[in-house]
Design a protein around this ligand. Structure first.
Ligand SMILES: [Zn+2]
Length: 155
């Protein structure tokens, strides 16, 4: 007598949906291209660590006029006269937004945008201090900037 046990396969494979910019992927993978949005995000975190700045929250989305932007989250010290406790400190240094079009461009251009924006955590404007930081982290930043402009077809 064989008791037959019926087994039901109840394994459900959940497919993780990832936030990936929907674009055409090149069939042949090029080593100098970003694999996906996470790859770009990871690079931004990597650069933040390397530069010794706090990692900003990273967002990747379509931007019409810029390659990237950085908004610094500033704690409100004023505004009602009521002093708040300082416990609500953001874990992020700010918010870094990267244009998803960078995903289709060579890595070195995305890196340039990342470094440019992160340097703004050290120097808010594009003055002498800003440029010396860029020189330190990306000695060839001017060539990258020029190439990015060329590709974009805008100044
Ligand atoms: Zn800038």
């Amino acid at each position: 007598m064989n008791g037959q046990s019926r087994r039901k396969g109840i394994e459900q494979s959940r497919e993780q949906e990832m936030e990936v910019a929907s674009g055409e992927r090149p069939t042949d993978r090029q080593p100098d291209r970003w694999r996906d949005a996470d790859d770009l995000r990871w690079a931004a975190r990597h650069w933040a660590a390397r530069m010794g700045v706090r990692t900003p929250a990273i967002h990747i989305r379509q931007m019409t006029t810029k390659w990237g932007s950085l908004s610094r989250v500033v704690a409100h010290a004023s505004g009602g006269g009521q002093a708040r406790s300082t416990t609500a400190v953001s874990p992020y240094a700010g918010r870094l937004t990267l244009n998803s079009e960078l995903l289709a461009l060579p890595r070195e251009l995305g890196e340039f945008v990342i470094v440019h924006e992160l340097v703004h955590l050290l120097a808010p404007n594009h003055g002498r201090v800003f440029k010396s930081f860029l020189h330190a982290y990306l000695p060839d930043w001017q060539a990258r900037e020029a190439r990015l402009r060329q590709i974009a077809g805008r100044t």
